[in-house]
Design a protein around this ligand. Sequence first.
Ligand code: GLY
Length: 294
Amino acid sequence: MIIPSIIVHGGAKTISEDKVAANHAGCTAAAEAGWTVLLSGGTASEAVEAAIRVLEADQTFNASLGATLNGDGEVELDAAMMEGSLSWGAVAAVQGIRHPISIARKIMDEKPRLLVARGAERFAADCKAEMCRKEDLIADEQWQQWKQWKQDQEVVDRPNTVGCVALDSSGILAAGTSTGGTTNQQSGRVGDTALIGCGLYADNKFGACSTTGDGESIIPVVLAKTAIDFLVGDRHPDEAAQMAIDTLKSKVKGEAGCILLDPQGRVGWAYNSQDMAIAYMTEKMDRTAVFTKK
Ligand code: GLY
């Protein structure tokens, strides 16, 4: 019998004391949303979508509403989803879409499977996705920070991507990611989040991974696929995750984190940022949720 599992992250970053509770609550709510889908017989990709939609709607996290602003003071979003059957979909540099993860999932059935900017927005509108004015996704805190940055050019926060990995009762794995990118990034920049192998990877035979951190460092080490490649033999996902982060550190000196699930539903994670918010649930763990802060 396959035991479902789900793990979510709220980004590799520094979590100030006043944000600990919100990160904890948001990640736990996301894991619970995905877990509910799995328990009712839903698929891994449905669970990943449900979990990430919770994080996208929560201003605590750098995804959709509350995402960090680019250099032009706008929210520009990337998201992707991959199933263990090697099916995938992604959108990048989109605006005015409330739940980019749902569009990434939707586009898995289509060709092309990676759409950017206006083309992706048109696809989302055609799918009757929840569209909004691009300004509606700007949270007050992010706006204040951007104005401060405009004044003194000092970045006060380094928020990061959200992600989720799930295993359903049919043994199907799925991984998803969603982000507003890096603080004050150049308009049009696309990081690892939308790129298969970098921001996420899923293969039913080996495992699934979602990453978070500096896209420019994650991309050259193909971090998600690298983590999956370390899941050989009976290696525990915790060890594989740590080996992937060590590889990144030694090769490009970047800051990142990753979450992993293997086909047995064992969870693992590692990060070299100051903190990373995590929550996970499995039947074996009696639906335990945890939160990590170094
Ligand atoms: N990991 C998010 C980004 O670099 O865009």
